[in-house]
Design a protein around this ligand. Structure first.
Ligand code: MN
Ligand code: MN
Length: 319
């Protein structure tokens, strides 16, 4: 344990000093030897409305300097029980979508090959597709998807299959995600023609609209999520626009009527014990943010996910 990477102590070097890395952990050149690799995907080439998520990882790193060592509810101390570091950003191509998808997949695949769990900061939501291609190479995974949007549209702009509104349709078509173990939480807002939701539901995807979430509350909803996903490997994807724009305005496609940050935290803690083989936080767009509040929400979601994943790894090691 003493060999595990540790964050810089804020009592020695203040939080605002030095180079920003995720959680103030060391930046390491490779994922070898890590349990969890924190990685940035600075890309917004799949964005259909206002852009800027290419700047997400850098600002999430900055705001993550506020994260401390111990989770105040679960008392998980992730850096004591798992080896975690910042592996930098994956290679991207800001002017070529197909090449970017290949580069992102290769970057995440290197983490998977090293035996580490990738925990990524996007990037727009299309970045989840190449991440799933890397994580689900051997078998389809379950998917727990927090979002205002279903992201299961077919095509945009004259038949283009790759935008941040289409990743999970592609992921099902490519056999990366088992639609029977796929649940979406927080879906709301106006839709194009109803096809995306109808298509997803026809595949077996469980769509929990925001209105149902409000009626039932986090504990009941997450109990159902656990039943749907079961014990097999699952990926968690958190679109920051699932949170209400009053608390997370810095995003490309805001929808009113969203989760509070507190509801989001409560749900994330209830992921404990689920076999999470990869996760991401996407759609943080710093140019539209106010006072860093959306990037702070993104960094905190990352911390919550990191604590759950680290506790899982430690429990597996102890068995
Ligand atoms: Mn999304
Ligand atoms: Mn969304």
């Amino acid at each position: 344990m003493s060999n595990f990477h540790q964050p810089v102590d804020a009592a020695e070097v203040p939080r605002f000093a030095g180079h920003a890395t995720f959680m103030r952990l060391p930046a390491v050149p490779t994922p070898e030897g890590l349990d969890i690799a924190l990685v940035g995907i600075p890309w917004d080439g799949g964005t259909t409305n206002r852009a800027g998520t290419r700047h997400g990882p850098r600002e999430i790193r900055n705001q993550s300097s506020l994260m401390r060592r111990v989770h105040h509810v679960t008392r998980v101390s992730p850096f004591e029980i798992a080896n975690i570091a910042d592996v930098g950003d994956v290679s991207v191509n800001p002017i070529d979508v197909l090449d970017a998808l290949k580069r992102i997949e290769a970057g995440i695949a290197a983490i998977v090959a090293a035996g580490a769990v990738p925990l990524a900061a996007g990037g727009d939501h299309l970045t989840s597709l190449p991440s799933l291609r890397a994580v689900a190479k051997a078998r389809p995974v379950g998917l727990i998807h927090f979002d205002a949007h279903s992201d299961t549209n077919d095509t945009y702009f004259g038949g283009n299959p790759y935008t941040h509104g289409t990743p999970f349709r592609r992921a099902i078509e490519e056999g990366l995600v088992d639609p029977q173990r796929f649940v979406q939480i927080g879906i709301r807002g106006s839709i194009y023609d109803g096809d995306e939701h109808a298509w997803a539901a026809a595949q077996g995807v469980r769509i929990i609209y925001m209105e149902e979430f409000v009626r039932r509350g986090p504990a009941d909803v997450m109990a159902e999520v656990r039943r749907i996903v079961g014990d097999a490997p699952a990926y968690v994807t958190f679109d920051i626009d699932s949170i209400d724009p009053s608390m997370a305005p810095g995003t490309g496609t805001p929808e009113i009527g969203g989760f509070t940050t507190r509801e989001a935290q409560e749900m994330l803690r209830l992921l404990a014990g689920i076999d999470i083989v990869g996760a991401d936080v996407v759609e943080v767009s710093p140019p539209f943010d106010l006072a860093g509040m959306t990037a702070l929400a993104g960094a905190t979601v990352m911390f919550e996910l990191m604590c759950v994943i680290a506790a899982n790894i430690a429990a597996r090691r102890a068995r």
